[in-house]
Design a protein around this ligand. Structure first.
Ligand code: C5P
Length: 309
């Protein structure tokens, strides 16, 4: 049987997302707090005669599987950078929402990098993985490490946040995804409409209240500080998200925020019981199309046994 490596990788929410100036390369300077949550994709990689991507799961049809697939691009880039890789088959078992603002595509790319590094005996060359991740996108470096971390530059520069506590989340998913570039463009458009210059706006950092809430593991305080500069632009493109956020807060969430560029709305709740109560309230009232429960922080991309073996 062909040897294969299976890697599990988490989704993320942004506890704080400050959008700074639009840069010459088309990206925005960011200051963000990433938080990995227990919603996972599994990626299995094995040697193959040609590069191939297979996506499985209810949303598989939404993921492109050609040469532009981010996981395939990650494997090809690592093969180039290391000079040792050869074509692989990448099977993605998808549970993270597609285009949901939870970095599912970046997670698959990170998982593929870890799987290929094991398959190609590159485990000692962690720098290569970080370099490939930073070249390919803004959220891939975080998916490699997980936990809770501050992200800067366009998101790829990370510093761990030393915090306590385990947080309970209810994630309200939407049927239709939102395009990340469109949400950033809407953010710039709204800034121009307010007379601000998107190229020179300063980058806001997370509040000291958030950092101290994370240090002490205080979910109530953290709930009050959740914040995202892409939230209002996402509301402009998807007005119903604002009602969803209000509904979750009314039904008892400690706080809520649009995750990344949306449309997923992440609600922080009080323990497993609060999680179940809010999940039931949001679905029974039809405020949300679909909800998932998750906890965080969790580890980044890591090898797991392949159930097929
Ligand atoms: O890095 P990633 O490929 O996930 O980014 C997708 C798009 O989101 C970029 O092409 C850009 O339009 C926007 N983006 C941005 N600034 C960032 C991250 C993403 O403008 N820091």
């Amino acid at each position: 049987m062909t040897p294969s490596v299976r890697v599990r990788v988490p989704a993320k929410v942004n506890l704080d997302l400050g959008v700074g100036p639009l840069r010459a390369d088309g990206y925005h300077e960011l200051s963000t707090v990433f938080h990995a949550v227990s919603l996972y994709d599994d990626v299995t990689v094995s040697a193959a005669p040609e590069w191939e991507v297979v996506v499985r799961g209810p949303e598989a049809h939404k993921v492109p599987v050609g040469s532009d697939n981010l996981a395939r691009r990650a494997a090809e880039l690592l093969a180039d950078l290391s000079g040792t890789g050869s074509p692989v088959r990448i099977v993605i078992d998808k549970d993270i929402p597609v285009a949901g603002g939870m970095a599912g595509g970046s997670a698959d790319a990170a998982a593929t990098l870890v799987a290929c590094s094991v398959l190609w005996d590159l485990e000692a060359e962690r720098d290569l993985l970080d370099e490939a991740a930073a070249q390919l996108g803004s959220d891939i470096n975080f998916a490699l490490v997980g936990g809770t971390a501050m992200g800067s530059s366009r998101g790829e520069l990370l510093a761990p946040v030393l915090g306590r506590g385990r947080y309970h989340w209810v994630l309200a998913l939407a049927d239709e995804g939102l395009s990340t570039p469109l949400v950033f463009a809407e953010c710039d458009r709204l800034r121009r409409a307010e007379g601000l210059d998107p190229m020179t706006i300063p980058t806001p950092g997370p509040s000291s209240e958030m950092m101290s809430a994370l240090r002490s593991g205080d979910a109530v305080a953290l709930g009050r500080c959740l914040r995202n500069d892409l939230e209002v632009p996402a509301f402009h493109l998807r007005p119903e998200l604002s009602d969803l956020l209000d509904a979750g807060l009314e039904y008892g969430a400690l706080g809520g925020v649009v995750s990344g560029s949306g449309p997923t709305v992440a609600f922080l709740v009080d323990g497993a019981e609060g999680q179940l109560d809010l999940a039931v309230a949001l679905t029974a009232s039809r405020a949300a199309d679909d909800v998932r429960r998750a906890t965080g922080p969790v580890h980044g991309a890591h090898v797991v046994p392949d159930p097929a073996l």
